[in-house]
Design a binder for this molecule. Sequence first.
Ligand SMILES: Cc1cc2nc3c(=O)[nH]c(=O)nc-3n(C[C@H](O)[C@H](O)[C@H](O)COP(=O)(O)OP(=O)(O)OC[C@H]3O[C@@H](n4cnc5c(N)ncnc54)[C@H](O)[C@@H]3O)c2cc1C
Length: 432
Amino acid sequence: MRVVVIGAGVAGMAAARTLHHNGVEVVVLEARQRLGGRVWTDTSLGIPVDLGASWIHGFVPENPIARVAEELGVKTCPTPLEQILLRGPGGQVLTEVGGWMFSLMGLLSMRSAEWLREGKKDVPVSACVEEVFETLSVPEDLKERLLLWTRATFANYMAAEMDEVSLKYFDDDEEFPGEHRVFPEGAIQLVERLAEGLDVRLGHAVSAVEYDGDGVRVICAQEVFRADAAIVTLPLGVLKAGAVTFDPPLPDWKQKAIQRLGMGSLDKVILRFPRQWWPDEAVLAIQPTDELPVFSSFISLTHCFDEPMLMTFLGGQRARVWTRRPNEEIVARAIQDLRTVFGAEQVPDPTDVFVTRWDHDIFSRGAYSFVPAGGTPEDFEQLAKPVNDRLFFAGEATIRPYYGTLHGAYVSGLREAERVLALLTDRTAVSV
Ligand SMILES: Cc1cc2nc3c(=O)[nH]c(=O)nc-3n(C[C@H](O)[C@H](O)[C@H](O)COP(=O)(O)OP(=O)(O)OC[C@H]3O[C@@H](n4cnc5c(N)ncnc54)[C@H](O)[C@@H]3O)c2cc1C
């Protein structure tokens, strides 16, 4: 049997590796000139800078990606979980927000369960956030600013605005307990280890996939690859754009699911400074003005990377608006906000900067998926369903409990490899 895997991100690598280890001939076609997809480690400064995924969320043995990282000897580093102080202009500490955000999300989650239980019409999370907010004891003079900070921070988590995300399903996913860990040598190490021994063709952008009773033909500019089956790990944004054609077209139910799900926007701005000028805290939360903050939090990378770097995020609409502007403008705003809070004399100019633009990347077209108001997480399941036992679908947007994550992408790749293997034999235990 021969299988073509489309895409060399985490999902594609997990699928290809499993098939390869089970004796299946597998070739991976990757459009970019690099492995990893939304795992992208830049090393131009001589240090690993992760421009896509950074964290394994929930580093426990039950998390398959944590397990495989350990097996493959990939280094990870726990990021400190401590209180997060929200600072305003002049460094004034407004409140502690880590625990507070946790309580708010818990209350929203209860509201979400109520909506589901009572069969109410879905609404965006924003429809009830102010009401939920009222039930938390927040000093009157802080309310407005805290609500604005929460809106920005929510968009950084979900890659979409409270006005877009479904209240009923924003909390439908499952989480692994345990600490969150980053990759001190870059997340790409994980993908590279997964790819060892595999036939991966970089620079092979697939333009079309044809399938029928005889098999599949996967068409690239260089070559037409014939196989018995294809595992498609194209990002949701790429599927939405119709950048790869399918012949016959994908069934209606799958196309509808693709269109209904949301592809979120999230970008990173990473600043390297001549020295660590900030307090020794893992997360610097800021609310420099009375408006929606452009940058609500800066993560210190000093702890695991031993470099004076701060990483901040543009989520949802802020990503869509700000990434149309030049890097200089984006960085100037970040520095201005930091100086408003920590003092102009305190914050030097950065020596190096990185700004991502995932929405503008034609092989990603967004950051990761979400359920918009009116949508349903069953759409993730529809996306995962095979077509005619020829086309199989993996990737972060095909796995309902873990969508939008590295572990979700990984598990989806294993799932589809197992599905293909089950077609081959009646084996149920598959070695990975
Ligand atoms: C900024 C950002 C931060 C994130 N942070 C985290 C985090 O900290 N923790 C976490 O768990 N998750 C995080 N995520 C999500 C995580 O990166 C993704 O869920 C995961 O990497 C998706 O893997 P995938 O294999 O499904 O897709 P991808 O990695 O996108 O792989 C799909 C591959 O298909 C290729 N491709 C596209 N078009 C074609 C074509 N026509 N022909 C051939 N190949 C094609 C792409 O180039 C890509 O390599 C983050 C994502 C972003 C964008």
